[in-house]
Design a protein around this ligand. Structure first.
Ligand SMILES: NC(=O)c1ccc[n+]([C@@H]2O[C@H](COP(=O)([O-])OP(=O)(O)OC[C@H]3O[C@@H](n4cnc5c(N)ncnc54)[C@H](OP(=O)(O)O)[C@@H]3O)[C@@H](O)[C@H]2O)c1
Length: 258
């Protein structure tokens, strides 16, 4: 049975990805900060899907946490053949008023930890010429995002990094996929201080987390470099290529401010 490590498995898209992978008979390493939620999920999946789940509670917004997690899995003799870098958060507001420590944590979690976990586990996967990597980006990756400036930039990084890696890995038995969800109702909104009535969550582009997880899993299995979740989001992502960047930035800014 293959073993999958999922970061941010305690809620939202990560939790739904854990359910999909368990249904597909992958053993799981579930990672997030909230141990109790992970343990509840592990119990549920072990019972309903007859898989084995290992829980590792870790704050991945700390420098060095990627190496720490990798060493912990080595110590437990666990070698994932699927890596899902899903943990991430955003923050709404004027950039110059944002907390420095929150910015640093976002950069570390959304980019640094994701990159270093990929580096560590991809090297192991390559030795066996077998593995799948899924990095959760966002449709935010396709344009600049005023009032969520750092978050959008981190997701542009995830998309660019993953597409480049996918190309490097071609023909080596390991694939990398960037999943780009549009708006999904999860814990993301409260973590980002988004109003519950924000305009970006009142659109036909909105999808349930379970659907996004299925799309991500399917794209990862097929080794697609990029998967934008949902037809409306795919059209919107494509249209950003045709419009000038300053226009897409203005529109995103309006949406984020609302
Ligand atoms: N929801 C959306 O509209 C949307 C759209 C596009 C992309 N995304 C992306 O999808 C991914 C999942 O987000 P979501 O929507 O499912 O939000 P969510 O419900 O808030 O889930 C975030 C997950 O990440 C974990 N996490 C947060 N900070 C962490 C830290 N410092 N260390 C370890 N784990 C941490 C959380 O668990 P703990 O709190 O227990 O640590 C939780 O399991 C993120 O990368 C997000 O940027 C979301």
């Amino acid at each position: 049975m293959s073993l999958a490590l999922i970061t941010g498995a305690s809620s939202g898209i990560g939790l739904e990805l854990a359910k999909v992978l368990a249904r597909e008979k992958h053993d799981l390493i579930l990672v997030a900060r909230t141990k109790e939620k992970l343990e509840d999920l592990a119990r549920e999946l072990e019972k309903s899907c007859a898989v084995q789940c290992q829980v590792i509670a870790s704050d991945l917004s700390r420098h060095g946490s990627a190496r720490e997690l990798y060493d912990e899995t080595k110590k437990l003799n666990l070698s994932p053949t699927v890596l899902i870098n899903n943990a991430g958060f955003g923050d709404v507001g004027d950039f110059v008023e944002a907390s420095e420590s929150k910015i640093e944590k976002m950069l570390t979690l959304n980019m640094e930890t994701l990159t270093l976990l990929t580096r560590l586990y991809a090297a192991d996967m390559l030795k066996n010429r077998s593995g799948r990597i899924l990095n959760v980006a966002s449709t935010a990756a396709f344009q600049p995002g005023p009032y969520m400036a750092v978050y959008y930039a981190t997701k542009a990084y995830v998309l660019s990094f993953t597409e480049a890696l996918a190309e490097e890995l071609k023909g080596k038995g390991v694939t990398a996929t960037a999943l780009c969800p549009g708006p999904v109702l999860t814990g993301f909104q409260s973590a980002a201080n988004l109003a519950s009535n924000a305009r970006m969550f009142k659109t036909p582009a909105i999808l349930p987390a379970a659907k996004v997880a299925e799309i991500g899993y399917d794209a990862m299995k097929r080794g697609c470099p990029v998967a934008v979740a949902g037809t409306v989001n795919r059209l919107m992502a494509f249209s950003t290529r045709l419009a000038p960047r300053r226009i897409t930035a203005k529109l995103a800014g309006r949406l984020n401010r609302s």
